[in-house]
Design a protein around this ligand. Structure first.
Ligand code: M6R
Length: 614
């Protein structure tokens, strides 16, 4: 949440900062701002709302400085207005800061500074921090580096921050704790950003700063990294392997639509090198490395948030069904704050697209302290969860920029399926025929998704125009389709702002059935061969109360097709793999509904892609 960027070098900083902020906007879009070094002081400009507002404000201005910082905000402390937008300046106006994170003890620090005569223009914790740095500098006659280190040792919370001093255009200071920060090294130029996508146009040589580290970058002497306890660290430069095209919308109207359509390719990438149906082989390297731990584990705990949590719920079905190990699935935010029982023969799976979700990170720290083996399933290469886990697998979905998660979800499912099969094989709990048929079918899934995308497109658009004004939606599913129902409802809520609830279909009669009337669209996931009769009964119950049934069904299911008011079809597949197909029409349906409602599909209100605060 929040994106920070900085540039220092021979080029004009402003266009680089703006392009970087454009790429970081998915992290928050409540306001944006920049500070660029001028001849005497900063050119400071900030504006509430999206980056376009800031861009408009700059039109006709000639901003020539070569060093600058920028920020795109997801508001935590203080409403999203111009004043609370970053960068923030110190009292003297000499120091500027951009910050992603939360300073938890900011009110104590603020009270101290108020007593010393400071006043504050914003309601942010960040303005307190930059004044604390200045105060330490003045009172204790410290250099800026020393004052930053001293301030960071006093604060409690999370941050990725960049500080600039108007009297020194050749130095940038940055630090991280619990929020990502990457340094880019060019030829006589330096970049700092929340995410490498922001600097990829200019350099592929990067250094990932670690928690509790800060860097002082001087144009003449380069990057110096130290820990907060003042130990020198050796910078490790990595080459970025990322495709610039993947960061553009191409011919699609929105990133979300592009990412929905990328799912066949993303799944192929997730399977590559791991699945070989001809040789009847599944290998996730991370599991092979720890195979005894996996075989001996008496329990798996899957911890995640949002869509990744829904993938985790599906992981439970898959792992319990195939590998016969008990699995519990926990919201990371709940897990971390109770006193869970963690044993050293537990495997904790942390599932996260971004690999930066604060609650999931905290959950894995707790899991590690209990002696469990932590296995990360992440999309973003080099992300914090990937690095802090003992082992793991990348989903290889490619950059997911739309705030609503789509291709990350389906590739997470693929990885959890591969894991379930591999562990089941090791434990001898899967029959050779089931294994073979799952592997063969997994290889067919990308083509089947293509088919779902093409076959349902027109029907989904007309369904969207029929229901885009509905006030509520219900999503029902049984077994594996229950988490898909939850995910369908989450997608609709987050991008169209329609109230939607996902329910286990059989639970309907324990309460939610009271909601059903002739205005209520009820999306029923009806592809389970194992519970088909029961699903038919659930559909009948909805219809008896005049609810409108929109069913997702297998293409050969004539009976349910006739029973439902509307239908979307998927090709027949192995039931255990069906969520990879049933989710597709749900993603498309909410996309088209959101579009008709005039919603900002890629950047829905109040949200941000990567939730790096609690
Ligand atoms: O990056 P993560 O997978 O850890 O993110 C978890 C959730 O914040 C995320 O899935 C969120 O729910 C999505 N916006 C849902 O589409």
């Amino acid at each position: 949440m929040c994106g920070v960027i900085a540039y220092m070098g021979a080029q004009a900083a402003y266009p680089i900062l703006m392009q970087g902020l454009r790429r970081l906007e998915y992290r928050g879009y409540d306001s944006a701002g920049i500070a660029v070094m001028g001849p005497r002081d900063f050119h400071l400009s900030k504006k509430a709302g999206k980056l376009d507002n800031l861009q408009l404000l700059q039109e006709g201005r000639n901003i020539t400085g070569h060093t600058g910082i920028g920020h795109t905000r997801w508001a935590t402390h203080g409403i999203p207005n111009d004043t609370n937008a970053h960068p923030h300046l110190s009292r003297s106006g000499r120091l500027a800061i951009v910050h992603n994170g939360i300073i938890e003890n900011y009110s104590v620090l603020k009270a101290r500074l108020l007593q010393r005569g400071y006043s504050f223009v914003s309601h942010t914790d960040t303005e307190v921090l930059i004044n604390l740095v200045e105060e330490l500098q003045l009172q204790e006659a410290l250099s800026l580096e020393e004052a930053v280190r001293a301030a960071l040792n006093e604060i409690v919370g999370a941050y990725a921050l960049i500080i600039m001093d108007s009297s020194d255009e050749d130095t940038l200071i940055a630090a991280r704790k619990g929020a990502p920060l990457v340094l880019g090294i060019g030829t006589d130029e330096y970049f700092i950003a929340s995410d490498p996508s922001a600097i990829l146009t200019y350099t592929r040589n990067v250094i990932y700063l670690e928690d509790d580290e800060y860097t002082v970058i001087r144009r003449q002497t380069g990057v110096h990294i130290r820990s907060l306890d003042n130990r020198e660290k050796t910078p490790y430069i990595e080459a970025l392997e990322m495709d610039l095209e993947a960061l553009e919308k191409g011919s699609f109207a929105h990133f979300m639509l592009k990412e929905i359509h990328e799912q066949p390719q993303a799944i192929e990438n997730a399977l590559r090198g791991r699945l070989n149906a001809a040789q009847n082989r599944v290998t996730l390297g991370g599991i092979t490395e720890h195979i005894n731990r996996f075989k001996q584990a008496t329990r798996f705990i899957i911890t995640a948030c949002g869509t990744s949590y829904h993938a985790g719920l599906l992981g439970k079905y898959l792992i319990e069904e195939l590998a016969r190990v008990p699995v519990s699935v926990e919201y990371a935010s709940e897990f971390r704050y109770r006193n869970p029982i963690i044993r050293d023969n537990d495997i904790v799976l942390a599932v996260s697209q971004s690999g930066e979700t604060a609650d999931t990170l905290a959950a894995i720290t707790l899991a590690k302290s209990g002696g469990a083996l932590v296995y990360g399933i992440c999309n973003v290469v080099g992300s914090s969860i990937a690095r802090y886990s003992h082992a793991g697998s990348y989903t290889h979905a490619g950059p997911e920029i739309g705030v609503a998660s789509t291709k990350a979800f389906s590739t997470q499912l693929v990885l959890l399926t591969l894991m379930a099969i591999q562990v089941a094989e090791e434990k001898n709990t899967i029959s050779p025929s089931l294994k073979q048929s799952l592997l063969l079918e997994l290889e067919r899934i990308p083509d089947k998704i293509k088919q779902v995308l093409v076959q349902n497109d027109t029907a989904i658009q007309s369904l969207a125009s029929r229901f885009y004004e509905a006030a509520h939606f219900l999503y029902l599913g049984r077994g594996l389709n229950f988490p898909v129902a939850l995910e369908g409802a989450l997608k609709l809520k987050e991008i169209s702002y329609i109230h939607a609830e996902g329910y286990a279909a059989a639970e309907m009669k324990h309460g939610p059935i009271a909601l059903i009337d002739k205005k209520m669209p009820v999306v029923v996931l009806a592809t389970n061969s194992s519970a088909r009769d029961k699903i038919i009964s659930n559909i009948q119950e909805v219809k008896a109360r005049e609810g409108i049934v929109i069913a997702i069904i297998n293409e050969d299911d004539q009976e349910i097709s006739e029973l439902a008011d509307y239908a979307m079809y998927i090709p027949v597949t192995e039931e255990l793999l069906s969520p990879l197909l049933t989710i597709i029409p749900l993603q498309l349906l909410c996309y088209h509904i959101a579009l008709l409602r005039g919603c900002d599909v890629d950047q829905p209100r109040n949200l941000a892609k990567s939730v790096t605060v609690e």
